[in-house]
Design a protein around this ligand. Structure first.
Ligand code: ZN
Length: 155
């Protein structure tokens, strides 16, 4: 196993983890699964993501660091081959019912433009690929993805 192709974690004691060591393949989709409380979030968010963000923040000036969120150094003997991370967790990002990974990351605008330009047959401008635009949204749920029922109270 090549050491450069894995994130190497040794002696992890974050939260309830008891001296856990693991090698995580890079350039692949890796799934952490287990019962509630088994330590998935401790590994992924509190160790890998936190350490990656902490290392990245250290590259900024003291002025900038004072304005960035603080990340605790995880309780671990060693982490090697960590890269920059993008954290997409399960918490709501303050958006509304129409917020998605695409809208929050701004990829959504680029994707709509791409679909409108390369899609065949031509379906319309980028607005036709938006669930936030009357041209593109579902007429039934107005792009929310849920069905609403209205009761008309006619006297
Ligand atoms: Zn709908």
């Amino acid at each position: 196993m090549s050491s450069q192709e894995h994130i190497i974690i040794r002696g992890l004691r974050q939260n309830n983890l008891k001296n856990v060591s693991l090698d995580i393949p890079k350039g692949k989709i890796v799934v952490f699964t287990g019962v509630s409380g088994s330590g998935k979030s401790s590994i992924v968010f509190d160790t890998i993501a936190a350490e990656s963000q902490r290392q990245m923040n250290e590259t900024y000036t003291a002025f900038m660091r004072g304005r960035l969120p603080k990340y605790e150094k995880p309780k671990v003997e060693r982490i090697d081959n960590l890269s920059a991370s993008v954290i997409v967790d399960q918490s709501r990002l303050g958006g509304n019912a129409r917020s998605t990974v695409g809208t929050i990351s701004d990829m959504y605008a680029a994707l709509r433009l791409l679909y409108s330009r390369i899609g065949t047959p031509y379906a319309g401008t980028a607005s036709y690929f938006s669930f936030n635009d009357p041209n593109g949204m579902c007429k039934t749920c107005s792009g929310i993805g849920k069905f609403w029922t209205w009761t008309l109270n006619v006297p």
